[in-house]
Design a protein around this ligand. Structure first.
Ligand code: SF4
Length: 311
């Protein structure tokens, strides 16, 4: 039998890109509804005048409705993040005997004190026990017992900090702490990296390893007398300077910046233990591109608007 199957005229990549375009438009049509709302995904803390976590200007821009434009291929990073979340969800559904609530199934929402501005967030995963409903002993309902914030690392350089230094990123810790504070349960910050390859020279020298291979790392967050701490997988405890009030103060600062049309001097180059990080975040972040160069709100905003339009 001579088999004849002509190749298709269709393009898988064109279909993929069209799907991305449709998803992006659907997402964008919802984004304007969130203008004027602060996000749990842009968490930070203000301690003794210093910023921890997300740069205030990045959070302010998002609050005002401006974001970094994304090229079609930059969505690969987001897709990989979603894929990691689906993988975790699938595995945990097998192993957790109770209920698992995800994202919009268990949102957080609170109002910045003294304002009517809301802070909203969607925790990645919340594990729940089933407990009886008051007055209905035959019925049960989910009771949150543990939250998990998932982070997928997609670059060898970024994996070095978590995998070799055993250090979570400041904004990730504060985001997980934020949700933990709001839901009143412990939280785990869980990293997965699916990268393999040689590490940068400085890391090779410092950690005496040649390459990174795929792996996972978890950090367990708790609070003691109002202060956040975390432990790593070796049991090492790291006390932080983060409190719930510091997170609240950060969001209050963003509202003040918007209301008073002022910029804050600090971009957030600190570790949660209070130390200054060895690299300057604003040297790598190009979001508003003027970093320390501008203190003028209007000039900054003009630049951000251009930036968000991809110009
Ligand atoms: S470029 Fe600098 S000021 Fe702008 S968001 Fe990034 S770190 Fe902040």
């Amino acid at each position: 039998m001579s088999l004849t199957i002509p190749p298709t005229d269709l393009s898988a990549i064109q279909l993929f890109n069209k799907g991305t375009e449709i998803q992006t438009e659907a997402h964008a049509s919802q984004e304007h509804l969130k203008v004027g709302t602060l996000r749990g995904g842009s968490s930070g803390a203000l301690v003794n005048g210093e910023i921890y976590g997300k740069c205030t200007r990045a959070s302010l821009a998002r609050y005002l409705g401006y974001q970094e434009p994304k090229s079609p291929d930059s969505y690969n990073f987001f897709d990989a993040g979603y894929a990691s979340e689906w993988t975790w969800e699938g595995k945990l559904k097998e192993s957790w005997p109770g209920t698992i609530l995800l994202e919009e199934e268990i949102p957080i929402s609170w109002t910045v004190p003294g304002t009517d501005v809301k802070v909203t967030g969607r925790p990645d995963i919340v594990l729940c026990d089933r407990v009886p409903v008051d007055g209905y002993p035959d019925l049960t309902q989910p009771k949150p017992v543990l939250g998990i914030e998932l982070k997928a690392i997609l670059a060898i350089n970024s994996s070095v900090g978590v995998a070799l230094e055993n250090k979570p990123k400041t904004d990730h810790v504060i985001q997980a702490a934020h949700y933990s504070w709001q839901l009143g349960i412990p939280w785990i910050l869980a990293y997965s990296w699916n990268v393999k390859g040689p590490v940068p020279y400085w890391a090779k020298k410092r950690f005496d390893v040649n390459e990174i291979t795929p792996g996972k790392r978890e950090f367990k967050l708790g609070w003691e007398e109002g202060r956040l701490f975390y432990t790593d997988e070796t049991g090492r405890r790291v006390d932080t300077v983060i409190t719930a009030t510091a997170i609240e103060d950060y969001y209050r600062l963003i509202v003040d910046m918007a209301e008073n049309k002022t910029l804050y001097r600090d971009h957030g180059n600190r570790d949660v233990d209070g130390s200054v990080l060895p690299w300057a975040h604003d040297r790598y972040c190009k979001f508003c591109q003027i970093a320390n160069k501008s203190r003028d709100y209007d000039e900054w905003l003009d630049n951000v608007i251009l930036m968000s339009q991809g110009e």
